[in-house]
Design a protein around this ligand. Structure first.
Ligand code: PHB
Length: 395
C-alpha cells in the first residue's frame, strides 16, 4: 500500500514538475517499484492440483528470465478461489481493489472466471487466463486487457468427433459435469461428431463437482453406444475412469474425452486408464527438445511431473515476461503492452503458438492414447486450430 500511494503521489507531482526539469528522478523511482501480481486460483477442492501446477509454471517461466518483469521486482498476492462461482467477483475484487495488483492471473473454473472477468473488464487491469475455457471471455465479452494462454472449452473437443467416427463409432453417449466447461466442450464435440456423420444418442450430466457416477454408468450400459465421450478434470477424472472400469464398461465401450480427463491423474487412475483416447493441446510425450528440457527442469524444481496445467502456467509467465520486457516494465503503457502480447510467438513445450485476434491461442490439437501411465502422442488431430472468436468486437 505504502509503495503504491507513494507512486501515485509522485506521479501527481510529476505533472507539476514536468516543466521544471525535475521529471527524471521521479519517473525512475516510480518505475523501480515492484510489480504487483495477483494469483487467483483454486488451492483447495477438486481443482486444487491444477492451481498448484499453474502457479509452479508461472513462477518457473519468470524465474528462467531472471525473476523480474521488465526489470522490476515482483510482489505476489494470492487468493484461493475454491472453484466457487458465487465468490468469483468478491475474490477477484480482493486482488484488484484491496491489493491493487497490476496484473491478475486467474483462473481454472469457467464459472468463477465469469466473476473474475467482470472485475477485469470493469477495472481494466491486465488479466491472463491460465486455464478456464469459458467461451464468452474471448468471444462476445472479449476485452483488450484480457489474454488467454490455455484454450476455449470447445477447442479440444472440436478435434475429437472426427477421430471417433473414423474409428467406426457411429453412435455415442456424451457425459459431463453440467456447467459452462462441460456444456461448451459438448458444443465442440457435437459440431465435430455430427459433421463427420456420427449420432449422439444421449447427453448425460451431473452437477460440478459431484462424483456419484454409478446411476449414469448403469444408464450407459443399457444404452449400448459404440463409444462414450466426456469432459471431466481434476480430482473427478480418475474417479470417473476407475468407476467406468469397475462398472464393467472398459474393454466393451471405448472411452474418449477432451484430454483433461487424463492430465495429472494417471497415477491415481492406474490401469483403468489404459487405452483411453483423448485430444488436447499438449502431451507429456511430445518428443521435442523444448518439451524435454521443460519437463526435466520442472521435475527438478518441483519434484513432480508437469501436466497441461503446468504448461499453461508456464506460457502465462512467458507471455507476461514478453509484454513487460517490450514496455521495459512500464505496464501503464497499455497500447504497447497489448500490442507486444498480441504479437508474441510463445515458444511453448506444447509447440509454438500465437494469439488469435480475440486473445486465445491458435494451436495444434494432438491425438493421444494412454499407455502405462503416459499420454502417448499418436498424431496431430487438428493443426493450428483457432477458436471462432464469435461476437468479439475488438479491433
Ligand atoms: C473450466 O472450468 O473451464 C475447466 C476446468 C478444468 C479443466 C478444463 C476447463 O481441466
Amino acid at each position: 500500500m505504502t509503495t503504491r500511494r507513494l507512486v501515485l503521489t509522485r506521479s501527481a507531482a510529476i505533472v507539476g514538475a514536468a516543466s521544471t526539469g525535475l521529471l527524471l528522478p521521479e519517473i525512475v523511482r516510480a518505475q523501480s517499484s515492484k510489480v504487483r501480481v495477483g494469483l487467483m486460483l483454486p488451492y483447495t477442492g477438486t481443482f486444487a492440483q491444477l492451481g498448484v501446477a499453474i502457479e509452479n509454471g508461472v513462477r518457473m517461466a519468470i524465474n528462467e528470465k531472471g525473476g523480474k518483469l521488465g526489470g522490476r521486482e515482483i510482489e505476489w498476492f494470492k487468493v484461493d478461489d475454491e472453484s466457487e462461482p458465487s465468490k468469483g467477483v468478491e475474490n477477484a475484487s480482493k486482488l484488484v481493489q484491496r491489493d491493487k495488483v497490476d496484473v491478475l492471473i486467474g483462473t481454472v473454473h469457467s464459472g468463477v472466471q465469469m466473476g473474475l472477468h467482470k472485475v477485469a473488464r470493469d477495472s481494466g487491469v491486465l488479466t491472463l487466463i491460465p486455464n478456464a475455457g469459458v467461451h464468452a471471455a474471448t468471444r462476445a465479452q472479449c476485452a483488450p486487457n484480457v489474454f488467454r494462454t490455455s484454450f476455449t472449452n470447445s477447442q479440444p473437443t472440436l478435434a475429437l468427433g472426427k477421430v471417433m467416427v473414423d474409428k467406426g463409432h457411429k453412435k455415442a453417449v456424451w457425459i459431463t459435469w453440467k456447467y459452462a466447461a462441460g456444456d461448451e466442450a459438448f458444443e465442440g464435440f457435437k459440431e465435430s461428431y455430427t459433421k463427420a456423420g456420427g449420432t449422439i444418442i444421449k447427453e448425460l450430466g451431473l452437477p460440478f463437482p459431484n462424483v456419484e457416477f454409478q446411476a449414469l454408468l448403469t444408464e450407459i450400459a443399457a444404452l449400448k453406444p459404440d463409444a462414450v465421450a466426456c469432459f471431466f478434470a481434476g480430482a473427478g477424472a480418475p474417479k470417473f475412469i476407475r468407476d467406468y472400469a469397475a462398472a464393467g464398461l472398459k474393454g466393451k465401450i471405448p472411452l474418449y474425452g477432451s484430454g483433461f480427463l487424463t492430465e495429472g491423474v494417471l497415477e491415481a487412475a492406474g490401469p483403468a486408464a489404459d487405452g483411453i483416447i483423448t485430444t488436447m493441446h499438449y502431451s507429456d510425450s511430445l518428443d521435442t527438445p523444448r518439451n524435454r528440457q521443460f519437463r526435466l527442469a520442472y521435475a527438478k524444481t518441483f519434484r513432480m511431473q508437469p501436466d497441461v496445467y503446468a504448461v499453461q502456467g508456464y506460457d502465462t509467465g512467458q507471455l507476461l515476461v514478453a509484454g513487460a520486457t517490450a514496455v521495459k516494465g512500464d505496464l501503464n503503457n497499455k497500447p504497447a503492452l497489448y500490442k507486444a502480447m498480441e504479437r508474441a510467438v510463445i515458444d511453448s513445450p506444447r509447440g509454438k503458438w500465437t494469439m488469435s485476434k480475440s486473445h486465445n491461442p491458435i494451436q495444434d490439437m494432438y491425438l493421444r492414447v494412454v499407455e502405462n501411465k503416459e499420454n502417448k502422442v499418436v498424431g496431430v488431430a487438428m493443426k493450428a486450430l483457432a477458436d471462432s472468436g464469435a461476437g468479439c468486437k475488438m479491433a
